[in-house]
Design a protein around this ligand. Structure first.
Ligand code: F0G
Length: 376
């Protein structure tokens, strides 16, 4: 095919920093290169002198950060000869796995909690021809089943317990540093299964030339470039929904519940890695109610024009609380990961929107009245 100029996928851009063999097959949808958007309107609401940026991962090919991990995990699986993928998911992983399986021409099985995933995500898995297995249980049940399948069959697991997922997702830290020319002081993000906080921390540490996770990710997958680019790493701030907050409780939560279905998880698989990231970065975990999460989703849409899904908005809920309390001090550079696109879950957005929907006859006077009545 003709060569053309474009932002390539993240394997092409960061290949030397990924543990893929030089002859590995690359399965890509040209993911990554997402915008780092200054939240100037929201910053001025705080009245504090800080710089807040949103890394809008909703602009990846399937609408979430999962594509970063999936391009690397699926490339590795295909290189190893896998004929089928499997994952448990609250929706985004399944949407992404389905897409990359299609791209690679292999089968994909997704286990999702019945009735508890946003419709857009279900549609994504279905239209791409994955086998959708709805379980009468939650994500944690799905994860348990997937691990059993992995032990007993040759299907390749593409949940974040697959280290190649973490390696792909670490590239978000590279892009942020490449864009800012420095590491942020604070990085705020939602925590569910805890793979993503693990991946962010791995990426930040590698760009700072710092050993991390007792080499778990670095030695297992062979050698790759970990040259130092910056001197500092950010403080990692992980936020959870109150109904699904195992890191705040200090133990797994039996029946997690939250409107932010993406992070409706009680038994995070990357528990130890997330604790390490939090401790080594001098970070913290905090929790927020569904009302607070939805209010921030609306704030981002109304003040910045950014439509992210509820789970993503919690990054900014937490950042604002910590900026206002002074826990994040003035002068700080803060990055919030907006993990997924709001269009995945329009039902939740419509339910909470107070925007007027006005019905009229197709006449000029009626349009005019609607405009005049709502100008203020
Ligand atoms: N935000 C969104 C939009 C997500 O889909 C997820 C996880 C997270 C945050 C949390 O990331 O699990 O790495 O801590 N979604 C997974 C899924 C579990 O199945 O799509 P995490």
């Amino acid at each position: 095919m003709t060569e053309f100029r474009t932002n390539k996928g993240l394997i092409d851009r960061y290949r030397s920093r990924l543990p893929l063999a030089s002859d590995a097959s690359v399965v890509s949808l040209y993911e990554g290169s997402t915008p780092l958007i200054p939240l100037e309107n929201i910053q001025s609401l705080t009245g504090k002198k800080v710089e807040i940026y949103a890394k809008f991962e909703g602009l990846n090919p399937t609408g979430s950060f999962k594509d970063r991990g999936m391009t690397v995990a699926v490339s590795q699986s295909v290189t190893e000869g896998a004929k089928a993928l499997i994952c448990a998911s609250t929706g985004n992983t399944s949407a992404s796995a389905a897409a990359y399986a299609s791209r690679a021409g292999i089968k994909c099985f997704v286990l999702i909690p019945e009735g508890k995933i946003a419709l857009g995500k279900l549609a994504q898995a279905m239209i791409k021809g994955s086998v959708v297995i709805q379980i009468l249980g939650n994500f944690d049940d799905g994860m348990r089943l997937v691990k059993e399948v992995g032990e007993n069959t040759a299907v390749s697991i593409v949940n974040s317990i697959n280290p190649y997922r973490i390696h792909g997702q670490k590239t978000i830290a590279f892009e942020i540093i490449d864009a800012l020319g420095r590491a942020p002081d604070y990085h705020c993000l939602p925590v569910g299964n805890a793979g993503n906080i693990t991946a962010h921390w791995l990426g930040y540490c590698e760009y700072a030339g710092r050993e991390v996770f007792q080499d778990t990710f670095q030695s297992q997958q062979g050698d790759y470039n970990r040259d130092k680019v910056v001197d500092t790493t950010p403080v990692m701030c992980g936020y959870q929904a109150s109904g699904a907050a195992p890191f705040l409780r200090g133990h797994p939560v039996e029946n997690p519940e939250t409107v932010a279905t993406a992070i409706r998880i009680g038994n995070p698989q990357s528990w130890d890695f997330a604790l390490t990231a939090s401790k080594e970065s001098n970070g913290w975990f905090d929790e927020f109610s569904d009302d607070e999460i939805l209010a921030t989703q609306k704030l981002l849409a109304e003040k910045e024009g950014i439509f992210c899904e509820p789970a993503s908005a919690i990054s900014v809920t937490g950042a604002l609380k910590d900026i206002n309390s002074g826990k994040i001090p003035e002068g700080s550079v803060i990055v919030c990961t907006l993990t997924g696109h709001g269009l995945k879950d329009p039902d939740t957005a419509i339910k909470q929107s107070k925007a007027p929907v006005i019905k009229i006859e197709p006449e000029f006077d009626q349009v005019k009245k609607a405009i005049v009545d709502n100008l203020e």
